[in-house]
Design a binder for this molecule. Sequence first.
Ligand SMILES: [Zn+2]
Length: 145
Amino acid sequence: MEFYLLGRLPEDSVSRMESHLASCRFCDERLVREISLLPLSGVVQSATSLEAEKREERRYDTEEAVSLQALSPFSVERYQGKLADVSRNGMKIQTAVRAESGTLLKISLKNVIAFGEVRYCLKRDDRFHSGVRLTHVVQVRSHHR
Ligand SMILES: [Zn+2]
């Protein structure tokens, strides 16, 4: 599950695990618990890594595209969003689809995977603006998503 969370599982194992997670609430709950058990070597202070990511974002002078997946309730679907703002323990994202508050999201950025809970979701124009409170941020070296 740890490898799954960090995007290090081979493709066939991913689909096997996802079809199970989609139908087994027990394992989905386990997956959520697993986030808090991610190895310390891979977990960095959220402030540090997000500051780095923010600097990078500024360098490109553009809103960074992020890949989103709901882990609880679990969904196999990935959807795209834009990173609008980053703070010490939260981020604001813009998406084309609504993110229900209370949903636990996996947010994949270029070098960081962040886990957090949707606190609110507002519709503005034709996009949804969500605030996410981050619980765990993991630095990844590869560009895998
Ligand atoms: Zn199960």
